[in-house]
Design a protein around this ligand. Sequence first.
Ligand SMILES: Nc1nc2c(ncn2[C@@H]2O[C@H](COP(=O)(O)OP(=O)(O)OP(=O)(O)O)[C@@H](O)[C@H]2O)c(=O)[nH]1
Length: 234
Amino acid sequence: MSALPKIAVAEAPDLFGSEQAALTAARAVLAGGGDYQRALGELAGHYERLLRESRRLVQRSDRAERSMNQLASQLAYRASHDALTGALNRAAVIEQANRCLAKQDTVLVVLDIDHFKQVNDSFGHPAGDAVIQSVVRCLRQLLGAQAVIGRVGGEEFSVVWPGLDLQQGMQLGERIRAAIAAGDCPPPLARPVTVSVGVSWSARGSTFEQAYSRADQALYRAKRGGRNAVCAAD
Ligand SMILES: Nc1nc2c(ncn2[C@@H]2O[C@H](COP(=O)(O)OP(=O)(O)OP(=O)(O)O)[C@@H](O)[C@H]2O)c(=O)[nH]1
């Protein structure tokens, strides 16, 4: 069997060739004597340049790290928030609710805009979008920035509130219903919309699916009962 031909591997150029040469020359002077001043001068020149370049590289890498961090937090925000309203998206609501339920009893309020299809049909999809945004704005104003407000479907929203009992949950649901019914939506609607609300209370250790399915059944009863109403889960 014939020997395999040797493949020439190109060596990467030494990025610090001239600095290395100056260092070698300085070492030689140090070991055997010679033109100290010249060797030191060359070394100092290279050292200064290296410092300058290093500073520039460190600044550049700091800038790159800052923009990577910004990008990472933007991506994390987009992955957990609804683009139209800035509310938590469904996956983030599930995560937050399960986290709350693992620690304590929790109330889940689910609300759905009444006759929303008519808004879209009468005023167009962009007006419908503005109504969705106004509902979330109203929830934020009413409940504060710390409240866990989510958009769990097209025109369906949720509020997760740990530590409340069912009666307090019903009061919360009623405050939400009343506040939305009292506020005007942006033009061309320029009148209030209403929401139907379902409220469930779940003991610590329950899952989001259990809490949601009971709140959703209550919401369904609120719709069937005539809308613009709050119902508690059995
Ligand atoms: N503008 C807009 N409309 C949406 C969005 N997501 C869902 N929808 C609309 O929401 C409407 C929901 O209609 P339905 O489920 O029939 O409910 P509804 O008309 O609100 O009636 P009820 O819930 O029974 O009171 C549909 O017309 C969807 O197209 C969205 O992001 N923007």
